[in-house]
Write a protein that binds this ligand. Structure first.
Ligand code: C2E
Ligand code: CA
Ligand code: CA
Length: 838
């Protein structure tokens, strides 16, 4: 049913036509003049207009201005006497015309035809609208392009995905459009070549991924656009922003790859090591534990649920925080995978060492969805040393614990613990490299092992000795079931003898020895650590007593060890608390009796123990490295003090000072720099400083030491050999070093008796030293006879109680002041000779 407007004429009325149309079910509105007709069209929607009039021509024109022929079909009925009225009507935009008198059949047919056309146009329009609507709401950007490259149409989304919003007002034509698109791409050449390819194959669909300059990824689909005849007119493109999906995919892919790898790894590991597997759904907070996971801890399949607590409640309390932190760290993305070694309670009440590994699996949104992994029982690996395969500390202590228990039950049961430390391992490691060092340790392990087997297995029935490596070059032995302490010392002797034989490692013949400490169970121990500690203490004593020997532990050693520990702790605090001070011992010219300077000697003013001599702390300071700081302090203090005295008590030549050096200070790279800085800051002339070095220090690394000594000499500083005669160096050997002075050790000086007897050695040393151009200073000069003899031999300088004990700085100041008043800095030596001769 259509609604039809009928404009009638005064002379011709449309009754018949209207009746027919109405009969056919159409709604007919009849008007009688142009203005009414126009008003009707404005106020209502008509499907067709029939104009019955000659004056209808004006109406036609006006209607056509507002409505297209498709939107509003108009049929003109021309009057009988106007033959070319139809042609004119068509020209003015009528869809068709009828002539009078009207043939009703023809009229109805033509009206029907127009109505059908109109409807199909309407339908088409509707579809187009619908399509437009769909296109607009599409998540894809859509662009239709002609063969020539002109943009035919696009939707808003297209502008959005290409970031063209506001940049395109009308459809660009030809190359312009392409250029616009290419300008947005990070790799325009690629898209250009795609387009060129499609121009050659217009019938193909395409799919591509485009990378925009702003980092986003577009997926581009295109389909050929054919007209109804099937002729290729262009191409329609769909673009979709897939950046987010891409990321999600990549993340997923990574996870899958990682998971794939790890699953593979886990599968392998699981097969090889019989791992337990777990898979934790983080969203539901439930964990799947594999049967092996459960059996590893001694449980049957049904005995462990799927709550995370089944895992965490079995972790050793000391390890729990660490494990939880590792899991959290991984879930927060702070570690590439989760891995911990921790203890877990077995059903039998013991703890097992577990290696637990896992990986988080993230969903598309990037949030943690699952975490899955494996657990391996590494208790075995935990208790053995990977290098030698020997039991490690953990297992050794376990065995020791067991032995202690046994000794408590069985009063006759006795065992011994050896703590063995190789004497020169560091040297081997440093000189031959760690590879050889490792091989060497393996050889030692084998040697010790075979030694223990062969030892006195016959004598000690059912023995179950344990050899373990604690780390580095430290080995321990549990000598099981001995009868007497003698059994232990005999084994120690055997071990030392075996170890003293050379070993060939990596083509090198290596000699070694060991210091062994022995603790015997008879002393009544409660804990494994205690007996091990005592064996360690005894070993330390063996080292102190010259290495390559063994010592049996006795409780006084423990006191020593404690005392030493206390000393070490106190020493650490001593520097910052300013507890060190220097004593000065006068050095006197034996010829004139003049005071030429002092030797600075360190003292420690201990808050409880009082003044501590260097013999009690220098060696500890050397072992702990604290000597570096102490040595620096001594040097600075001595230089500043002497400089101050030089200003206060000028003399010619100026007062000088001797400072003792420890070997440790020498190995410091910036030692020379330190000395020159001290001289600069104190203002002391280098010639007024003498550094005393002991012989033994020189033997360790001749080239390096020589170079160092040369540099010290270059500062003008003088060098002296201390304690000469106590070492093994010959004088001619020492001649190679740039020394100025040689200090004859007190042990030789003290030999010189009241009658001048036993002075031959001193005489020889002085003569030889002079031949080699060294000055000689005698230390420990206590008697006038010694002074007399030394002077007779031509020994230049002397130092000792005969002149003065080491004295505090204050006393030294007094001494200097007193000497100055007497106008001479001399000891009354002239009388010495006279007395003796008298
Ligand atoms: P040393 O360098 O051989 O110092 C001489 C030691 O002999 C001093 O002992 C001194 O008091 C003592 N002595 C001096 N004259 C006589 C004497 O006539 N008879 C006897 N019986 N002894 C005499 P001190 O001060 O206890 O120093 C001992 C060692 O400590 C020094 O031996 C030196 O090797 C070391 N030492 C002292 N101060 C320092 C220091 O600042 N740095 C370093 N590295 N070592 C130092
Ligand atoms: Ca000295
Ligand atoms: Ca000395």
């Amino acid at each position: 049913m259509a609604s039809i407007l009928l404009l009638e004429d005064n002379d011709l009325n449309g009754d018949k036509l209207a009746g027919c149309l109405e009969f056919r079910g159409h709604a007919v509105t009849r008007v009688h003049d142009g203005p009414h007709a126009l008003r009707a069209v404005v106020s209502r929607v008509f499907d067709l207009v029939v104009l019955y009039t000659a004056t209808g021509m004006d109406v036609l024109r006006m209607l056509r201005q507002a409505n297209s022929a498709l939107e509003l079909p108009i049929i003109m009925i021309t009057s009988k006497d106007c033959s070319d009225g139809g042609v004119e009507a068509l020209k003015e935009g009528a869809n068709d015309y009828l002539t009078q008198p009207i043939d009703l059949n023809v009229a109805l047919a033509r009206i029907d035809k127009q109505l059908v056309l109109k409807k199909s146009h309407h339908d088409l329009n509707y579809e187009k609208l619908l399509l437009n609507c769909q296109i607009e709401v599409s998540p894809d950007g859509i662009l239709a392009i002609s063969n020539e490259g002109d943009w035919l149409s696009f939707n808003r989304r297209f502008l959005e995905v290409w970031d063209l919003t506001g940049q395109v007002s009308s459809e660009p034509a030809g190359q312009k459009g392409f250029e616009l698109l290419l300008s947005k791409l990070s790799n325009p050449e690629h898209f250009a070549s795609v387009l060129a390819g499609l121009a050659d194959r217009p019938d193909e669909r395409s799919w591509d991924e485009l990378q925009l300059g702003d980092g986003r990824t577009l997926e581009g689909h295109s389909v050929p656009f054919l007209d109804p005849r099937g002729i290729h007119q262009g191409r329609v493109w769909y673009f979709r922003d897939v950046t987010n999906r891409k990321w999600a995919e990549e993340a997923q892919l990574e996870t899958e790859i990682a998971l794939g790898e790890s699953e593979e790894r886990y599968a392998l590991a699981a097969k090889a090591a019989n791992d337990g597997l777990w898979d934790w759904n983080l969203k539901t907070d439930q964990i799947y534990f594999s049967p092996r996971w459960k059996s590893m801890l001694g449980y049957e399949e049904g005995e462990i649920g799927n709550q995370p607590d089944e895992w965490f409640k079995r972790i050793h309390p000391e390890d729990l925080d660490r494990v939880k932190r590792a899991v959290a760290d991984h879930l927060e993305g702070q570690s590439p995978n989760y891995q911990t070694e921790h203890r877990m309670m077995h059903r039998n009440g013991n703890f097992r060492w577990i290696l637990s590994r896992g990986l988080a699996i993230r969903d598309e949104a990037g949030t943690n969805a699952r975490m899955a992994g494996s657990q391996t029982d590494i208790t075995g690996g935990k208790v053995s040393d990977p290098l030698t395969g020997l039991p490690n500390r953990l297992l050794f202590l376990e065995r020791l614990e067991w032995a202690i228990k046994k000794s408590k039950r069985d009063k006759d049961y006795l065992f011994a613990v050896f703590f063995l430390d190789l004497d020169r391992f560091k040297l081997i490691n440093d000189s031959l490299g760690h590879g050889i060092g490792d091989q060497f340790l393996v050889c030692i392990a084998q040697k010790l092992d075979s030694c223990l087997r062969s030892t006195d297995a016959v004598a000690r029935f059912e023995q179950e000795d344990v050899l373990a490596r604690l780390g580095g070059d430290e080995f321990t032995i549990l000598l099981d079931g001995i009868k007497h302490v003698r059994d232990a010392t005999r084994v120690a002797e055997r071990l030392q003898k075996q170890l003293s034989l050379p070993l060939t490692v990596g083509g090198h013949e290596v000699f070694t020895s060991a210091s062994i400490g022995i603790a015997v169970s008879a002393t009544g121990y409660e804990h494994a650590e205690e007996i091990l500690r005592d064996a360690d203490t005894a070993m330390y004593r063996a080292k102190m007593l010259g290495k390559s020997r063994f010592e049996l532990f006795d409780p006084t050693m423990r006191e020593h060890a404690v005392a030493r520990m206390t000393l070490e702790t106190d020493l650490r605090k001593a520097l910052e608390r300013n507890e060190f001070l220097l004593y000065y011992q006068p050095i006197v010219s034996l010829d004139s009796g003049a005071l030429i300077g002092f030797e600075a000697l360190a003292r420690w003013q201990h808050p409880e123990r009082g003044l501590v001599p260097p013999s009690e702390f220098i060696s500890v300071a050397e072992e702990t490295g604290m000597i570096l700081a102490i040595g620096n302090w001594v040097l600075t203090e001595a230089c500043c003090q002497i400089k101050a005295w030089q200003s206060e008590f000028p003399q010619n030549p100026p007062l000088m000072v001797s400072v003792n050096l420890s070997g440790k200070q020498f190995t410091q790279l910036d030692f020379i720099k330190g000395v020159s800085q001290t001289l600069r800051e104190s203002g002391l002339d280098g010639h007024c400083l003498k550094l005393e070095i002991t012989e033994s220090l020189l033997m360790e690394n001749v080239e390096v030491i020589t170079a160092m000594l040369m540099q010290i000499k270059a500062l003008g500083v003088r060098l002296g050999i201390d304690d000469f005669g106590t070492g093994y160096s010959s004088l001619s050997y020492l001649h190679r070093f740039p020394f100025d002075t040689l200090k004859v050790d007190r042990s030789f000086v003290s030999l010189v008796g009241p009658q001048g007897q036993n002075s031959e050695i001193v005489k020889t040393i002085v003569t030889l030293a002079h031949n080699l151009n060294f000055d000689v200073i005698a230390e420990g000069v206590e008697t006038a006879e010694q002074v007399f003899q030394l002077r007779a031999f031509g020994c230049e300088l002397g130092q000792g109680y005969f002149f003065s004990q080491p004295i505090s700085a204050a006393k030294a100041s007094d001494l200097l002041a007193q000497r100055q008043q007497e106008w001479q800095m001399i000891w009354p030596l002239t009388s010495v000779g006279q007395e003796l001769h008298a």
